[in-house]
Ligand binder design. Structure first.
Ligand SMILES: [Zn+2]
Length: 150
């Protein structure tokens, strides 16, 4: 039996999805490892050493339990992001309109969760430093305008 090589360099990106686990939601805690692979694309089955639960590397993404190939799903989202409507995307990619709507909905929900996570970890006084920088740049722009008008 031919054994495929399993990629493990990106495990710090994953965290335990089990809410009752002590490592829940903590990335880079070194509690996640690859337990097995499954499916035609060798999707990794990850394992949390803390709670002993297994989960798909695709859990929480739009690719989890998907019937379409990953590149087709990415293409659907790209078409919608570029401003194509559901019907137009459906015709261009030869998939059902409901399929386009479903993946667009899933992508939106995933993006919202990701946004909330990233906002939660952003520095608290960031707005002040940005305001300061915008103010300084405005002063520099006025100086440049004065020099150019002479
Ligand atoms: Zn866990």
């Amino acid at each position: 039996m031919k054994r495929t090589e399993v990629f493990t360099d990106d495990l710090d990106k994953f965290c335990c999805p089990n809410k009752s686990c002590s490592q829940y939601g903590i990335r880079g805690a070194k509690n996640i490892s690859v337990r097995d692979t499954y499916g035609p694309h060798h999707t990794r089955l990850l394992w949390c050493r803390s709670c002993n639960k297994r989960f798909s590397e695709r859990r929480g993404t739009i690719f989890f339990d998907a019937r379409l190939p990953q590149d087709k799903i990415v293409s659907i989202v790209e078409h919608v992001v570029e401003g194509n409507g559901m019907r137009k995307t459906s015709r261009l990619l030869k998939v059902g309109k409901d399929t386009v709507c479903r993946y667009t909905q899933l992508a939106g929900e995933h993006s919202e969760k990701l946004h909330e996570e990233l906002v939660a970890f952003s520095p608290t006084d960031r707005r002040d430093s940005i305001r300061r920088e915008v103010g300084l740049r405005a002063k520099e722009a006025k100086k440049l305008q004065r020099k150019q008008s002479r």
